[in-house]
Design a binder for this molecule. Structure first.
Ligand code: SF4
Length: 638
């Protein structure tokens, strides 16, 4: 076992119950599972029993970086957190940006495994080799942002902090993790941290660089990337009241130029304002006040400080509004001003009551599905046309892009990286086609589909043909990316400024990995690691009750409710036959074709077609023989 470059070399383990701290060598996991999601999934497989619930002290919170973290120029300093999520008591994950992940690596660790439960409110203090569990009674019930800043004040600004807010303390099922630069992580893992009596993790590292195997290759690749992408302007969201108050806010070592900005609102309050979290209250606030206003920004800050997932809150508000209109819930019962949805008063009251589990907030704190169950069948009916089983809306879903139905069917949470691979290619290409003379976006999309998704027909959204292969290829690439961990807003690079046909080079990720670690690997070799990790996750989920084909399904609304629009693609425009554009508005998923797509997909995966269960020979081919043994002993193999 030779230690590869790029890695810090160790994974830190902390038992909060007895205070024991030790380390294990990263390389034990890195050869087969690379980093990020891969290493986290393997630790989870080895250590988390399928029979425990998310709040059992034996659940793990696994924080992992990748080999590229801390190496500037590639957008590779993101970090993953995995563990059993309280949303469905099964394995889940989240991915965060900012600086905390790279700081952990600078402290000498590729990952951190936290388990057990502290006997009083605590925070974890990591300063290189010195690791202490310290008392955090003074932080209980306080906001995540408050805690982060308070600890920085006490320990020094050079510490990076990930914390939970009141929602995490009170184990709200969709509580989030909040780190420096307001980087947030979902899947309810903030509640798991709260269940361990752990308020925050502060880390500081003295090693400010990462040793790479081939510095000259790394330098050339950075230069190549810069030329491939050109100067990427920071994208300012059009719904900012004062765009001049938005500033680019890049993650550690990133070349930037994405939508990540910090906004300064009224009263000088600053915070991250991008993606879904900047939009979740936008339309309602604008409708309520009749003009563009700062309440959506303030709502985002509130969610971050209380430590709740803005996406779960958005879908909850939709349901609350319907319940109120249908007279199934009154303002008095809820203790929330339901007639004032869109106002600051409404969002403040909702988030406070949920985070502190006050009154009806206690019901809502278990998630919209469980709250609807509590209110009865009429209230349950009000979510059936839009909400997925994980409590979100179905963005970039199967009614729009067909391929994405397979992602939704198989993942324990919103599979955003996989969805982005389809959506970003389509939307960015269509927009580029509108703006640039001589750029044939339809041809470009088909050329990309041929190179990245296995066939041109994968980019024809009027048919189910080619989608099973495309889905498997996308999953393998995205899982490899989540191991590395490269940022979703930069990778894969579909558009090249250097090649004649402008189609990007899919070997770039494997080149970056090889240059950093010294382990030469082909593009296919890297996808092979992605496939291994995806299969390992499938095995974990099987042990936690996922029954193959029977559970690889979509919510009924996908087959019965015509598509009205989609976040990010309101007119539902997609390429069809020969690249001809058409709208999928009004369309549904065709059940028989979806099932046939699953047959084809299972065949490509080497799984059993009738049941969707994994097979021993396939798992052995993927170097997962020990996983096959375990599944066989539990009757979970085909
Ligand atoms: S592209 Fe944006 S979100 Fe991604 S790592 Fe860079 S700054 Fe962070």
């Amino acid at each position: 076992m030779t230690r590869s470059k790029g890695y810090a070399g160790n994974i830190l383990r902390v038992n909060l119950s007895d205070g024991n701290v030790d380390k294990m060598p990263t390389q034990v996991y890195a050869d087969l599972f690379l980093g990020g999601r891969g290493i986290a999934a393997k630790i989870y497989w080895d250590e988390v029993s399928p029979s425990i619930n998310a709040f059992d002290p034996e659940n793990r919170l696994i924080f992992v970086t990748g080999p590229v973290a801390g190496v500037p120029g590639f957008g590779g300093s993101r970090w993953q957190v995995c563990g059993k999520s309280p949303i469905h008591d099964c394995f889940s994950y989240c991915n965060l940006g900012g600086f905390w992940g790279a700081e952990l690596k600078f402290a000498g660790y590729d990952g951190l495994v936290v388990y057990g439960k502290a006997n009083k409110p605590s925070y974890l203090w990591i300063d290189d080799d010195r690791v202490e569990i310290r008392e955090a009674t003074h932080l209980v019930g306080k906001g995540a942002i408050y805690c982060r800043e308070k600890l920085k004040e006490e320990l020094g600004k050079s510490f990076r902090v990930v914390a939970v807010g009141a929602a995490g303390d009170n184990m709200v099922s969709f509580a989030s993790l909040v780190a420096d630069n307001d980087a947030t992580g979902s899947s309810g893992l903030g509640a798991v941290m709260g269940s361990k009596n752990l308020k925050a993790i502060a880390v500081r590292g003295s090693r400010r660089t990462v040793e790479v195997a081939h510095p000259e290759r790394v330098r050339k690749l950075k230069e190549r990337l810069r030329l491939e992408m050109g100067d990427r302007p920071t994208v300012i969201m059009p719904w900012l009241v004062n765009p001049d108050k938005a500033k680019k806010d890049v993650c550690q070592g990133c070349i930037g130029g994405c939508i990540r900005v910090t906004y300064e609102g009224r009263g000088g309050i600053k915070g991250k304002f991008m993606c879904q979290s900047s939009i979740f209250y936008q339309v309602r606030a604008q409708r309520y006040y009749g003009e563009l206003n700062e309440v959506p920004f303030e709502a985002t800050k509130l969610c971050d400080d209380y430590g709740v997932d803005t996406y779960a809150i958005e879908t909850m508000i939709m349901w609350l509004s319907r319940c109120y209109q249908a007279r199934l819930l009154t303002e008095e019962q809820a203790g929330i001003p339901l007639s004032k949805i869109g106002s600051k008063e409404f969002i403040e009251t909702l988030i406070r009551r949920v985070s502190h589990r006050e009154g009806f907030g206690d019901v809502l704190a278990n998630g919209t599905h469980k709250a609807a169950e509590t209110l009865g069948s009429k209230a349950q009916e009000l979510i059936t046309d839009y909400m997925t089983r994980t409590g979100y809306t179905s963005i970039y879903g199967a009614r729009l892009y067909t391929t994405t139905g397979l992602f939704y069917a198989m993942e324990p949470r919103l599979p955003i990286q996989q969805l982005h691979e389809v959506h970003i290619l389509i939307i960015a290409s269509l927009l580029a086609g509108m703006g640039a003379q001589g750029f044939d976006s339809s041809k470009f999309i088909r050329d990309v589909a041929k190179k990245f998704w296995g066939s041109e027909i994968a980019a024809d959204f009027s048919t189910y043909e080619g989608k099973a292969l495309a889905a498997a290829k996308i999953q393998d690439r995205q899982y490899a990316k989540e191991c590395l961990i490269l940022c979703d807003l930069l990778w894969p690079i579909f558009y090249s400024r250097l090649s004649e046909d402008h189609v990007g080079d899919p070997t770039l990720e494997s080149q970056v990995y090889a240059a950093v670690t010294g382990r030469d690997i082909s593009e296919q070799g890297l996808y092979g690691i992605g496939e291994r990790v995806f299969n390992l996750q499938r095995a974990i989920l099987a042990r936690e009750g996922h029954k193959g084909r029977e559970h690889d399904c979509l919510e009924e609304f996908n087959f019965t409710v015509p598509l009205k629009g989609d976040f990010g693609n309101p007119d539902c425009i997609v390429p069809g036959k020969d690249g001809e554009l058409f709208s999928r508005k009004g369309m549904v998923v065709e059940r028989d074709k979806f099932e046939r797509m699953k047959d084809e997909y299972y065949q490509i995966r080497g799984w059993d077609v009738p049941t969707g269960f994994q097979k021993r020979d396939k798992l052995e081919d993927l170097n997962l023989g020990e996983v096959a043994e375990k599944l066989a002993s539990e009757g979970l193999l085909a």
